[in-house]
Design a protein around this ligand. Structure first.
Ligand code: PHE
Length: 343
């Protein structure tokens, strides 16, 4: 009898040695011996009735011992398999943190958009509100209300794309001054980015380009306020030591009008190729809002005064990154765009 128990034990040990390579296999093997219905040890229990009565107690004890022994072996086996499978999983999922990362390529904002956002940041910091400009204007907003009536020679300053005798593609963001002052009473402090269109096309001009209009209307606004704000603007965009200088100019909607130069941020004012040896670079047009324009919008020109400026975004961007042809900003050539990136 004890032979049968010993043989069964050996059978179990052999099974464990040969067949159990995973928890699933170990489970199947366990079933072969310990399953309550089909297991070989359970079957042995059922033989009890065939055993001679005097041997029954010994046999029962032997089977129970065998069962306990087998349960222990299979529990050990299960533990071993569990540990092995965990180890294999860790092996498989191991991450080498020293491996170089896979580089993700992702897009960038266009340089013009970056410049636009940077300028908005600067003026938003000074309390300006931002309004998007219109692309189609009528003659009144683009010219007449800006003190440029039909026969005014200043209309020739900008070659206009007419859509009809009355409607046109905005030639300047200055129409935003009128829209704002018609709808808002002072104090006014707004910034209006927008697309503008002129029949003009060469290395530094494109038929469509971007401008940013600034308008401040309040009591006692002077050219000093204009210069103060523009100094902050050029320092933030072109670097700490940069300053501005105002030169007399002419726009029908500002009086006095100025052309604003920025001190050359390339040579620090000594004179170089960028500033054509002068130490200064022309950057934008500005001025004190013409009283007639305030009055056209129903604003008391005795009580209030205003300043306005118009920044060309392509020009500001070309200067900042040393780009000599405006077409490079419109061709979407990634080799070029990758070189112009502040982020
Ligand atoms: N609108 C002018 C231009 O396009 C720029 C400008 C804006 C000048 C505001 C003065 C005041 O050239």
């Amino acid at each position: 009898m004890s032979d049968r128990f010993a043989t069964m034990k050996q059978e179990i040990l052999d099974g464990i040695e040969k067949h159990a390579a995973s928890r699933a296999e170990a489970f199947e093997l366990r079933k072969q011996f310990l399953d309550s219905k089909i297991g070989k040890i359970s079957q042995m229990m059922k033989e009890m009735k065939n055993i001679a009565p005097e041997e029954r107690a010994g046999f029962g004890k032997g089977v129970n011992e065998l069962k306990e022994w087998a349960q222990q072996r299979f529990a050990e086996l299960d533990e071993k398999m569990k540990a092995r499978e965990l180890k294999m999983r860790y092996e498989k999922e191991k991450i080498d943190v020293t491996m170089p990362a896979v580089e993700e390529s992702c897009g960038n904002l266009h340089p013009i958009t970056q410049m636009r956002n940077q300028i908005i940041d600067v003026f938003a910091g000074m309390g300006f509100e931002v309004f998007e400009n219109r692309e189609i204007e009528n003659d009144y907003y683009n010219f007449t209300a800006l003190n440029t009536p039909k026969d005014h020679p200043a209309r020739d300053m900008q070659d206009t794309f007419y859509l009809s005798p009355e409607f046109l593609l905005a030639t300047q963001t200055s129409a935003a001054q009128i829209h704002t002052m018609e709808n808002k009473k002072p104090p006014i402090k707004i910034l209006c980015p927008g697309k503008v269109f002129r029949s003009d096309d060469d290395a530094t001009h494109s038929p469509m380009f971007h401008q940013m209009e600034g308008l401040v209307v309040d009591e006692k606004i002077t050219l000093c306020d204009l210069k103060g704000m523009l100094d902050v603007f050029v320092q933030k965009i072109y670097g700490e030591g940069t300053t501005t200088r105002l030169r007399p100019s002419y726009f029908p909607f500002t009086e006095p009008s100025v052309e604003v130069d920025v001190s050359c941020f390339e040579c620090g004012g000594k004179g170089c190729k960028l500033c054509k040896g002068t130490g200064w670079i022309e950057i934008l047009g500005a001025g004190i809002v013409n009283k007639k324009v305030l009055e056209n919008c129903g604003i008391d020109s005795e009580k209030y005064s205003g300043l306005a400026f118009g920044i060309g975004l392509e020009r500001a961007t070309m200067l900042k990154y040393g780009i000599n042809n405006i077409k490079l900003l419109f061709e979407s050539d990634l080799r070029v765009l990758k070189q112009i990136n502040d982020n």
